[in-house]
Design a binder for this molecule. Sequence first.
Ligand code: NAI
Length: 783
Amino acid sequence: MTIKEIFDSMDYGTAPESASEAMAWIHDHGATFGLFIDGAWTKPGDTFETKNPATGEVLAKITQAGADDVDAAVRAARKAQPGWAKLSGHQRARKLYALARLVQKHARLFAVLETLDNGKPIRESRDIDIPLVARHFYYHAGMAQLQDAELPDREALGVAGQIIPWNFPLLMLAWKIAPAIAMGNTVVLKPAEYTSLTALFFAQICDEAGLPKGVVNIVTGDGAVGEAITAHEGIDKIAFTGSTDVGRIIRKATAGTGKSLTLELGGKSPYIVFDDADLDSAVEGLVDAIWFNQGQVCCAGSRLLVHEPVAERFYTKLKARMAKLRVGDPLDKSIDVGALVDPVQHDRVSKLVEAGAAEGDVFQAPAEMPATGCYYPPTLITGMSPAASLMQEEIFGPVLVATTFRIPEEAVAIANNTRYGLAATLWSENVNLALDIAPKLAAGVVWVNGTNMFDAAAGFGGVRESGFGREGGWEGLLAYTKPKRKPATLKPIPAVAAPKGAKVDELDRTAKLYIGGKQARPDGGYSKPVWSKSGALLGHVSLANRKDVRNAVEAATGAAGWARTTGHARAQILYYIGENLSARADEFASRINALTGGRSGRAEVERSIDRLFTYAAWADKYDGAAKPVPLRGVALAMNEPVGVIGQFCPDDHPLLGLVSLIAPAIAMGNRVVAVASEPFPLAAADFYQVLETSDLPGGVVNILTGSHAELAKPLAGHLGVDAVWSASGADMSSLIEYESAGNLKRTWVNHAIDRDWMGAEGEGREFLAQATEVKTVWVPYGE
Ligand code: NAI
């Protein structure tokens, strides 16, 4: 026999992991679980069954929490929070270290439990999920330790409600709980109904670690429990990972409540193979991209884009590899692909594929599949058109859809032709090409010559309908802290009423809107007079309508080239705007005094010039980072602009309020549609004359005037807008956050943004963080 023949004929033996320890743990609890609230187990209430999807066997009964249980959990978390936050970072760090060590100590039990409940291969839960869980607690123990020294200006949000999915049950728990408690928050966490067991075991180790009671509370049950957590008034923040549909429901449910929100949602991530790629590595990468966890991964490389010259060769290699994948008992250490989480998910995947399969050529492998259990064959569908339903819909199963491209630009266009923006993978041996393409991809994470790599130090999260917020790294802490400062109170300022018997037509001067670098008449042709406190007519101001909003957004969209200018170039323009404002300082000061009836116009102009210089300074200094990840590579955290930002300016400080919002946004490469102070709009109209003389490309800043309440809906609902900031005196948070659910744009509203604009808190890193998205780009580096 030749060596080749031996290799060809060799087969794996089975290597089953024993389930006995995990089953014993389940039976120690009578195979029926209550909830973990305030450091103690409740008596099991109404229960539902959790099953092993590989066999259909019932593993345990889990309590379906009621509204009272959620309330008790939130109250326990509230009670515990001040004391937990008051501990030193070091004291909290010790608890997180203890949790990390206990996860490691019980790693085998955790891994087997996870595989039994979820159906994922034991190799994955043992070698990937559980080690990453321990790493997350170690890393965030360090964050707690450093908090006092490194984040002296930030503090815990309070109580976090955390709702997680079933695809990485314990890992998602760790991603949620570790940063939250590290920063001094307490949590109420709900695992997904299919996979509660490892969360319940985690509750037990919280007890073993001596975590103060009430810091971590685990409530189990279905979506209704998630809804109750979302709606509870005692919750300060909701962190959700799951489907985009539920993310949207949660966005609407929390609109206007003042709760912070982060959403990590679905994806349809492109996997791009260029003709100069190491094709064998790229094939192996695909095994990790789409067959890891049976493709039930939010960032799965589920859309394959192959360079045309190598497509046939690549598909042939891929099919050969697929034929060798072993599908079977997840507890067997030698299998590659396990069971889907539940028959419901199996049915969902099957139906999606049946409905869309005719759009391409279907290949399924391997020939051998278990006869029973929730198994779905690894599937490749080639010849898809980029618009095909299976190229657009998240399948969340082991199904890869593929198409080809001719030139890199086409690859980028196809890759970005999706409503999602979670991750992207690209393979090329040409570093120039790879690093040229990475910034062009609409994604929160990009992997170069690797895929599905995760680490606690590297931010993870999406753009577009994949949600907002980052988990991991320093950037992830923003989601669990807030700046320490006195909360501002929203103070709407009414416009000065017309004096009795005033004649409005004696002065024919209507300030226009500023759209696309040009003064534009309002679509509706309406305007209104603006009076000074002493009764003088200061001028007329245009009243924008929804058509003007559309035109402004279109102009902003057209100015996308601004994002590609250098920080240095943007700084030059901001300095220039500052200089030009300085040259007209007297005129602006008297205008502000006339509008507001105050005497602080001069100080406001000086502060505005200062602020423009601040952001000119920041334009090339708001650095990214290189994350030392314990894998062969480095994860670059790149600060990218958010896109088009809609902004409602504060009522007070008509010039400084405008400058405070637009300057950080454009410094970071965004384009803005700013709606000027409603009571004092004329300062903004004067300001665009400054912009006109400052070399700012048309469309980068668009200024509208009019009713905030009327413009909030069209601006927040516009699908071409990526974020909305509202520092308006009117409380529009409910409307803006509700409308933002359409394309899941980021929002920054009301008390979170409103502040003393003259003070130091009116500028700085908080604004820059709101004006950027961190893109994590993993590149090979070192050995
Ligand atoms: P899902 O989004 O319904 O479930 C995720 C979590 O949200 C679970 O804990 C669930 O109980 C909870 N939930 C459900 N409705 C809720 C509501 N109204 N308010 C608050 N919480 C609620 O996901 P599901 O139904 O399990 O899976 C459906 C599809 O979603 C999958 O086929 C997949 O396409 C996608 N999905 C995406 C995930 C991701 O990580 N991006 C994770 C899980 C599912």
